[in-house]
Design a binder for this molecule. Structure first.
Ligand SMILES: Nc1ncnc2c1ncn2[C@@H]1O[C@H](COP(=O)(O)OP(=O)(O)OP(=O)(O)O)[C@@H](O)[C@H]1O
Length: 240
């Protein structure tokens, strides 16, 4: 089984080498837990190693995403120009100046076919190996009954085209699950990021809940967000 390295320090060890190729992984967590940074770091590592990537922006303006990434030293502009990185704008619906700057725009988010067509085109154009959808929750926010179906349709396209993918799933602060039963069973893997207040301080931890195709740590691991991105601070220990 070919493994795709996340490039996140300490994570590939607890995944026994990385995410199995073509897996569709749910990256689940509450607000501010680091989901976007995690997924952007995953794409950036791919670019550094010759693997093209796509970021589907549903929650933030693509310009903002590029700026956020640049703050960590992840300047994707040159890779976009070389056709190694593509941004799918599923945020602006073509309003404003985005039509002048963005190559891939989803005009109508309520039309999943349109979304998938734009995504498929972007994947084919740059021969993408890594895909991030941030966040997939936005696609079924008003129609939770369709969540599983949407996930399975996405999985067919993403795995079918050979991509290894992170689907960002937004949950509320106290939610115990990962984004709904249909979603959780449909994906190949689940990584959950948490932020908990312990003695007056917020602590970040993550846990790999499932990952088809590989052995993985079952422990909860602490991590930090630094100016270089995410770093697992206790690869082997359990958080007490
Ligand atoms: N340069 C930095 N150094 C350290 N921590 C940072 C830095 N930049 C952002 N952060 C932390 O990362 C958090 C945001 O991370 P991110 O945007 O990945 O969260 P998210 O899980 O995607 O959140 P949401 O679901 O609310 O969009 C901030 O709240 C802040 O705590």
């Amino acid at each position: 089984m070919n493994k795709i390295k996340t490039g996140i320090e300490g994570l590939d060890e607890i995944l026994y080498g990385g995410i199995p190729e073509k897996n569709v992984v749910l990256l689940s967590g509450g607000p501010g837990t680091g989901k976007s940074i995690f997924s952007q770091q995953f794409l950036w590592y791919g670019l550094q190693n010759g693997e093209s990537g796509i970021y589907v922006a549903l929650e933030e303006h693509p310009i903002q995403v590029r700026q956020n990434m640049k703050q960590f030293g992840w300047d994707i502009k040159p890779f976009e120009e070389q056709g190694l990185f593509a941004m799918v704008d599923a945020f602006t619906a073509g309003v404003g100046k985005s039509k002048e700057f963005e190559k891939y725009i989803v005009m109508d988010l309520t039309d999943l076919r349109d979304f998938i067509d734009v995504l498929r085109q972007a994947i084919k154009d740059i021969d993408a190996k890594r895909v991030v959808i941030d966040s997939v929750t936005t696609l079924y926010l008003n129609k939770p009954a369709f969540a599983r179906n949407i996930i399975l349709q996405l999985k067919r396209v993403l795995a079918g085209l050979g991509c290894t993918s992170l689907l960002v799933s937004q949950i509320s602060v106290d939610e115990r699950g990962f984004g709904g039963p249909g979603v959780e069973h449909g994906v190949d893997g689940i990584i959950r990021l948490d932020l908990d207040e312990i003695q007056g301080e917020l602590k970040r931890t993550l846990i790999i809940w499932k990952m088809r195709g590989t052995k993985h740590s079952l422990k909860r691991h602490s991590f930090e967000i630094t100016e270089n991105g995410i770093l697992i601070t206790n690869g082997r220990e359990v958080v007490g």
